[in-house]
Design a protein around this ligand. Structure first.
Ligand code: PLP
Length: 399
């Protein structure tokens, strides 16, 4: 089956995806789907989206040849520089797209969930840009760990609501955001941050992130006059990775998604949903999910908050199942190695999420049979937000 045509009209990628939601959510989801299909064809909408990507986000982002890393690994390695986007990561691409969608749908208020705060900041940013009210749900535990992002969202005019149930993290924050949306479907728009959730979200978020891969494809053909041998990206919910991968799915290009291996698989403390999860339903969609024997969602761990989610997008679940994309893992330690290596070799301090892709490549270079493979790595974000974590390790290291 041609991947280009998915999801099907019921929102499925093979057996994955769908719309497993209570009756009260059906109506707003169907309205969103209808509006999206219409606006996708709308020239004014497209022009406005492109305008803000160029002038507000700072696109196109460079495809940068990492010469010293390339030399070290005997490869030709290009970095897709999403770290240079306004607000420091790829999440703003989707936030701008969906905020415009909300504007064209005449909504007055944005609702969002956030884990570490990156998507909350992106949403608060576009709310300020387009003049929406904004409410961000964030687990109480995450609010404590990420005080600076809470402040940033408030500076941008958003209301941040700490969620005090369950594990007080992202999973509960999504539930609360959905609850708010059910209560205010008329004036509010739910701006979901990754390629997860019920149909049509995985499709909408992918479509707004595919700009990464569309640009990269054009850029590599211009620079190298051929397609790459490999694409590598980190996989949390899966938005930066599907954004890069999607325009290459029909090509003869090997594709690797890197999940958070946490403290190692034996420890049980990881977030490798495809590698070590089973098919289940979370937040309205069928996907690979980290769960116990009874089907309860298990606690997850990753040194990078952006990968710390028990599920993974339905399209990734499908691409794993049909074998089109290889999904592997990088542990916290390997990611931290990647973090140091890119900082020292290239003068680029990556987000810890992106450092999983870099660390994976360093660790597995010998598994690639090509003498000098041509590789694009998605540098999904910059590392400023992670300096606190690195600082703590650094102190420990020098004691
Ligand atoms: C949120 C985030 C991720 C993980 O989310 P995806 O939806 O899998 O892309 C990766 N990198 C950065 C920098 C992030 O902020």
């Amino acid at each position: 089956m041609r991947t280009e045509k998915l999801p099907d009209e019921r929102g499925y990628f093979g057996e994955f995806g769908g719309r497993f939601v209570p009756e009260t959510l059906m109506e707003p989801l169907l309205q969103l789907e209808l509006a999206y299909y219409k606006l996708k064809q709308d020239e004014n909408f497209k022009k406005e989206y492109e305008y803000y990507l160029r002038n507000f986000v700072g696109r196109p982002t460079p495809l940068y040849y990492a010469s010293k890393l390339s030399e070290k690994l005997k490869a030709r390695i290009y970095l897709k520089r999403e770290d240079l986007c306004h607000t420091g990561a790829h999440k703003i691409n989707n936030a701008v797209g969906q905020a415009l969608l909300a504007k064209y749908m005449n909504k007055k208020r944005l609702i969002a969930e956030t884990g570490a705060g990156q998507h909350g900041v992106a949403t608060a940013t576009v709310a300020a840009l387009f003049g929406f009210k904004c409410t961000v749900y964030m687990g109480e535990e995450d609010c404590k760990r990420q005080e600076m992002n809470v402040l940033r969202m408030k500076l941008l005019g958003a209301e941040v609501v700490p969620v005090k149930v369950g594990s007080r993290t992202l999973k509960e924050a999504i539930n609360e955001a959905l609850r708010d949306w059910v209560a205010h479907p008329e004036d509010s728009y739910y701006l979901l941050g990754s390629v997860v959730g019920p149909h049509p979200y995985p499709m909408i978020v992918r479509d707004f992130q595919r700009v990464i891969g569309d640009e990269a494809r054009k850029q590599i053909l211009e620079i190298e006059d051929r397609l790459p041998d490999y694409l590598i990206a980190s996989v949390g919910g899966g938005s930066n990775s599907i954004g890069l991968f999607y325009p290459f799915l029909e090509d003869n290009v090997k594709i690797i998604g890197v999940e958070g291996g946490g403290k190692g698989i034996e420890s049980g403390l990881h977030s490798a949903s495809i590698n070590f999860g089973k098919v289940g339903i979370l937040h309205g969609a069928k996907m690979y999910l980290i769960q116990d024997e009874n089907g309860n969602v298990s606690p997850t761990h990753s040194v990078s908050a952006g990968l710390d989610y028990p599920g993974v997008g339905p399209e990734h679940s499908y691409l794993a199942k049909i074998g089109r994309v290889k999904y592997d893992i990088a542990t916290d330690d390997i990611a931290i190695k990647g973090f140091y290596a890119l900082s020292e070799l290239e003068g680029i301090v990556p987000a810890l999420e992106s450092a999983h892709a870099i660390g994976y490549l360093i660790e597995h270079r010998d598994d690639f049979p090509e003498k000098e493979p041509l590789i694009i790595v998605n540098l999904s974000g910059r590392g400023d937000k992670d300096l606190g974590i690195i600082y703590a390790l650094w102190e420990g290291k020098n004691e």
